[in-house]
Design a protein. Structure first.
Length: 40
């Protein structure tokens, strides 16, 4: 959640992808990330 709050949506999506990336640089087969603004 902190990643989403601290970054704009496009940067947050990339950061979240980087968090689940394997040390080899590959991604798990079942990663889905959806980033949208929260309504207040």
């Amino acid at each position: 959640m902190t990643v989403c709050r601290d970054h704009p949506p496009d940067a947050a999506a990339q950061r979240l992808i980087d968090l689940v990336r394997y040390p080899s640089g590959a991604l798990p087969d079942d990663v889905t990330i959806i980033v949208s603004p929260l309504s207040v």
